[in-house]
Design a protein around this ligand. Structure first.
Ligand SMILES: NC(=O)c1ccc[n+]([C@@H]2O[C@H](COP(=O)([O-])OP(=O)(O)OC[C@H]3O[C@@H](n4cnc5c(N)ncnc54)[C@H](OP(=O)(O)O)[C@@H]3O)[C@@H](O)[C@H]2O)c1
Length: 339
């Protein structure tokens, strides 16, 4: 018998996630079904979309049901297998699973991860995980970066944003990031190679954008929404592109959120604005993985992982994304990596 611990959604959060919205429950697992593998979670990915999944607002997936295990994804190791696809000991990306120590999952859902010398396993949660793929396809497909253009990235020091800016640099863009602290801005310019970074919490954002983007903005990779998006939309160039990746500033909202006051500028500037969800790109993952792995091996991509220890801290740690405490990809380490 395997004893499992899982976070169960007991109540839909109102505003910020609160104590009692989720409950950590211990249970005995039933016998493993044929065709399935029992995966011990090593790293649980925490993502802004977790908060969307807890809500019953009309999203891109059904919400997690009340009294169901919280949906998530992560990296784990197969400890028991009744699937020929994944022998015991295989390190896998779980695809959609739950916030649990163990998940029983169909073998064909699991992607075995290669061991790449010099690369930590956490790379598969960041640049080679869903956030890296989001950055790659959002920027390359919708942003269409060209050398000499100005690329503006919001939530720039986060998992997606930090990759977007560096992919933009690889394609010859002038890259400006917006982030919530001086420390993050320093990391962006001194480590990640951004041309400039703006701390939106200090000073006049509009004036800083004018200073850093004197020729306007050709690509706005939108991660945040709200007032930051308003300031950026006002500075878009003719025929600019705007991959609409996320609107994290509104995920905890309890009232309807007003649209951008200067929406008309998207018409005047003939901006291509396109929302996208990374799940739409699943059949193109090999292309994204190959490109990102190549740049990683060439030393062209830097990444950070913000690691919290212990499944019991998962709900409280999700808040790091909404308060901006994370630098790079936020994960919970649930158990040790195999020797
Ligand atoms: N479309 C897709 O398929 C897809 C896939 C993955 C992620 N996303 C979206 O991409 C965005 C980034 O996700 P991520 O996983 O990479 O998270 P992340 O950027 O690592 O973390 C979120 C960051 O957002 C910033 N933030 C939070 N609340 C804010 C607010 N009110 N105003 C301004 N900034 C705020 C914080 O940074 P600061 O310190 O800079 O404030 C925080 O670190 C999210 O909107 C997410 O929903 C979309």
């Amino acid at each position: 018998m395997t004893t499992n611990r899982s976070w169960i959604l007991r109540k839909r959060p109102e505003g910020d996630l609160a104590t009692g919205d989720l409950e950590l429950v211990t249970s005995e697992m039933p016998a493993l079904a044929d065709g399935h593998a029992r995966v011990r979670t090593i790293y649980l990915s925490l993502d802004p979309t977790n908060r969307i999944w807890m809500s019953d607002a009309d999203g891109y997936m059904p919400p997690v049901g009340i009294d169901e295990a919280m949906r998530g994804s992560g990296i784990g190791v197969v400890e028991e297998s009744k699937s020929e696809a994944v022998p015991v000991g295989t390190i896998v990306n779980t695809g959609l699973s739950t916030w649990s120590e163990y998940n029983d999952l169909p073998g064909e859902q699991l992607n075995a991860l290669p061991s790449i010398p010099g690369l930590s396993l956490t790379a598969f949660t960041g640049p080679l995980g869903m956030t890296g793929m989001t950055a790659y396809f959002g920027l390359m497909d919708i942003g269409q970066p060209k050398a000499g253009e100005t690329l503006l990235v919001s939530a720039a020091a986060g998992a997606v944003g930090s990759m977007v800016g560096q992919i933009g640099k690889i394609h010859g863009c002038r890259v400006i990031g917006i982030a919530g602290s001086d420390e993050k801005c320093r990391w962006l310019t001194e480590e990640a190679g951004f041309d400039g970074a703006i701390n939106y919490r200090s000073g006049d954002l509009g004036a800083a954008l004018d200073l850093h983007c004197p020729d306007g903005i050709d690509i706005n990779f939108e991660n945040v929404g709200g007032e930051i998006m308003d300031e950026v939309i006002s500075r878009l160039n003719d025929f600019s592109r705007m991959p609409l990746c996320g609107l994290i500033s509104s995920y905890n909202a309890t009232e309807p959120v007003p649209g951008p006051y200067n929406f008309a500028n998207l018409l005047m500037r003939r901006t291509l604005l396109k929302g996208f969800i990374i799940l739409d790109y699943l059949d193109r993952m090999p292309e994204g993985m190959q490109a990102m792995a190549g740049w990683l091996m060439e030393g062209k991509l830097k990444f950070e992982t913000d690691i919290v220890q212990g499944l019991e801290h998962a709900p409280a740690s999700l808040e790091r994304l909404f308060t901006g405490k994370n630098l790079g990809k936020l994960v919970v380490q649930v158990s040790e990596e195999p020797g």
